[in-house]
Design a protein around this ligand. Sequence first.
Ligand code: HEC
Ligand code: HEC
Ligand code: HEC
Ligand code: HEC
Ligand code: HEC
Ligand code: HEC
Ligand code: HEC
Length: 295
Amino acid sequence: MKWALGLIALPLSAAYVGSQACKPCHPSEFDRQTRSHHAQALRPVAESPLREFAMDKIEWAFGAGAQGITPVGRLNGQYFEGQLSYYSRLHGLATTFGHPEHPTSPIAKLGILQDNRTITHCFSCHATNVLPTADGPDLTAMQPGVQCERCHGPGSAHVAAPARGQLLNPGRLAPAAQAQVCGECHRVAGPDTGDEPELENPVNVRFAPIGLMASRCFRESKKLACTTCHNPHENARPRTDDSYNRVCKSCHSAGKSHAHVSSAGDCLGCHMKQASLGPYLRFTDHRIRVYSLGP
Ligand code: HEC
Ligand code: HEC
Ligand code: HEC
Ligand code: HEC
Ligand code: HEC
Ligand code: HEC
Ligand code: HEC
């Protein structure tokens, strides 16, 4: 029997042990990762900044608050996604992205009911060790948030007798295979997002792998990976951080490309712009390119 992490299948020979079990031997990864937005992508609402919303029906806070937090609860056993979300740029509540602005029915005022399949996906992308069932997500063994074993696979065999090769290490995958691991949650081009990467589609700009994998830097270098720019155990460094320009210049030297590369400071302002999804959500266009001039 096999379990699959994206396209990569590993033998099912281990059980989940929780991030705490990794701490003694990997204290540096542990300290950074447990403070990251990944680790906080799902929390019980009472342990989140939305704690004043804690009430019978609201159970979970989705999103670490990098951009937003959406409450999720249950009504007569069925999960719903809250009508209002907290947005960090607003420092307050506004209609959840994609929800109607003026709901009429009492249920719609609470939020949008989600079928079992959809809500199982929500938990699977925002948490670790979620078991899908026909009745919805089984959360009894869940660790909220994207924790160590969500990316590396269940760790019991490794913890008992650590060696290399027992866990998935995406750092040892080729860039395209690594992008698939991240793309299980961050999305890759496919039926849900459109067969062709429709990069001018403002909704797809939030899906970093789709943009990156369509850029010439990725396709023609075969060396550019998510981890070239991001430490997977930390939040993204702000776009003003010079490390990004250094990455660009490691492949584009002034001699090889052209004069502006040596004089330009900020490569991202002209080649990796930000795009907004609605008033409060902003994403980085990962299709590195020369933007066409004019309309
Ligand atoms: C008892 C100590 C110990 C514990 C506990 C432990 N590890 Fe390790 N881990 C190691 C050692 C030692 C290595 C390096 C093995 C080598 O390089 O020969 C390693 C390597 C790794 C690697 C790289 C593997 C590879 O094949 O490249 C990953 C990923 C990893 N550990 C993740 C974890 C996670 C996740 C946990 C918790 C579920 C964990 N480790 C718990 C000792 C430990
Ligand atoms: C299990 C799903 C999942 C996987 C796998 C995953 N991510 Fe994420 N990632 C998320 C979620 C959910 C968030 C949003 C966290 C929040 O609420 O702010 C996120 C946020 C991020 C951020 C933004 C962090 C910040 O600064 O706020 C980066 C960068 C990122 N992920 C990179 C990666 C990379 C690189 C990989 C692959 C090595 C990866 N992710 C794999 C679910 C995932
Ligand atoms: C395929 C994986 C996936 C599914 C399914 C998913 N999310 Fe996410 N979610 C992410 C990733 C990755 C991010 C970070 C990047 C982004 O914001 O798109 C994120 C970000 C968020 C955020 C932060 C604010 C924002 O909009 O960026 C909230 C809130 C959120 N998700 C709630 C939900 C809820 C509620 C559901 C189910 C109705 C859900 N997510 C389903 C992967 C997923
Ligand atoms: C979002 C996915 C993700 C999560 C969550 C995650 N890791 Fe990793 N981890 C990676 C990736 C990607 C690499 C490869 C990094 C590289 O080679 O640049 C990696 C590499 C490692 C390595 C090998 C480092 C080396 O020197 O080769 C260890 C050990 C490790 N992770 C431990 C952990 C522990 C412990 C946790 C939880 C506290 C954790 N990881 C959570 C994605 C993740
Ligand atoms: C791993 C190597 C690598 C890295 C890192 C890299 N690129 Fe590239 N990039 C390439 C290759 C290869 C091409 C295609 C051939 C060429 O123009 O050299 C390319 C093409 C481009 C193009 C032309 C795109 C088009 O559609 O015609 C631009 C603009 C660009 N890169 C900017 C950047 C910027 C800005 C960064 C940093 C954010 C960056 N690159 C990082 C390898 C890389
Ligand atoms: C060439 C460098 C580069 C590469 C490669 C790269 N990113 Fe990013 N990424 C950035 C920059 C720059 C930001 C903006 C950071 C900020 O301002 O907070 C960012 C931000 C993000 C964010 C936060 C939301 C957003 O859009 O601003 C996520 C999620 C993310 N990256 C995921 C990924 C994933 C997954 C991969 C691999 C498919 C990847 N990135 C590869 C440079 C890169
Ligand atoms: C002020 C805007 C601006 C900045 C800043 C900028 N570029 Fe460009 N870049 C352009 C424009 C416009 C083009 C297309 C016209 C041209 O080739 O000169 C371009 C083209 C490119 C190309 C494609 C060259 C080719 O021959 O196909 C690469 C590679 C590139 N830039 C890399 C970079 C890097 C790396 C940085 C940061 C060190 C950077 N650029 C900063 C505007 C900018």
